[in-house]
Design a protein around this ligand. Sequence first.
Ligand SMILES: Nc1ncnc2c1ncn2[C@@H]1O[C@H](COP(=O)(O)OP(=O)(O)OP(=O)(O)O)[C@@H](O)[C@H]1O
Length: 368
Amino acid sequence: MAVTRLALRHFRNITAADLSLCAGANLFCGPNGSGKTSLLESVHMLATGRSFRSRQHKSVIQEGADGLTVFAQLDSGYSLGIERLVDGGGRIRINQAPAESSSQLASCLPLQVINSESFSALDGGPGVRRRLLDWTVFHVEHSFAQAWKNYQIALRQRNALLRRGKIDAGLLSVWEQRLVESGVRVDSLRRELFKGLRSALLSLTAELPGSPVARVELSYRKGWRKELGLLEALQESRDGDIAQGHTRVGPHRADLRFTIGGEAAQNILSRGQQKMLVCALRTAMAELVCNHRGRPVFLVDDLPAELDESNQQLFAHWVSRCASQVLVTGIEVEATSRPWLQLSSPWNNPRVFHVEHGCISAESSAAQ
Ligand SMILES: Nc1ncnc2c1ncn2[C@@H]1O[C@H](COP(=O)(O)OP(=O)(O)OP(=O)(O)O)[C@@H](O)[C@H]1O
């Protein structure tokens, strides 16, 4: 899936823009503070309902405006629109009809983002890595969303019971049973997906021979002791859970671990190597999804940051194999376009946009 038209109003410093994008690479170049990241952020908001920089919609709305809008036409025939108002209101529309949830947006436009936040896949908490795994399962296995929802309902109920002064053992056992049913399903879908993810990741990192990235191992932690069933684990942890007032074991505690020779990968890899590992992970996720939901769109904020030229070229090559489209930001046109020019069509003919003071104008293609 690719965005063919993107229109936005009052999004950070961009008052209005209406852009025609190409399949392949779209480059947004301009000085610091011109609005390049804001443009990527608007696509992210359209595909997820959220900004990737802030949880506050207000900070994304242009100062002095009542609200923002972002609209996209996709090559799949879908159109997506989102409106956020200063007073907290807003709407999400898919093909002009109101959408029930932002996960519907995600199904229409699978996105992969590489920006300065992406390092949190290595040095952030388990929740970040769990969300990456779940993004992939969500797009590959359609029953996952319901299983995860059922699990969260049961988890909330168990936690509420744990916090009551007097525990109703009968009720607790009913919710534990539901927690186990949905939790085992969530775990088995994740585990199945994980096998494919690990093997896709290791094939990509093997393209970096001589780099410690090629020695990275990925493992999956299910969220409770591996020798126990989920019900046993819940029963074992019950007294401590009551004392703490929440459930300390289960799929909501799952994690992925990146290691090199048993040591956490981020303690060994340089910053550029970490970025390549993150790029490989995002590419592996996209490869798994492209056979199911369609090829994702990549948003890449400042590709040259931390990566030398050969790594930028390798990443551009990876993206061209699994994405429908990439939106890349950079300061200078020449440096930003170089990794794409050596690829095959349509990737070798990027569309270039100049960004300045929130105004975005199309330039001639970088290949001309
Ligand atoms: N709500 C807002 N209203 C108006 N302007 C805003 C708002 N929020 C942020 N800005 C401004 O928007 C501008 C664009 O920021 P953005 O992060 O998109 O720049 P950029 O081109 O990616 O810069 P860099 O190259 O430094 O990363 C900045 O000057 C910022 O101060």
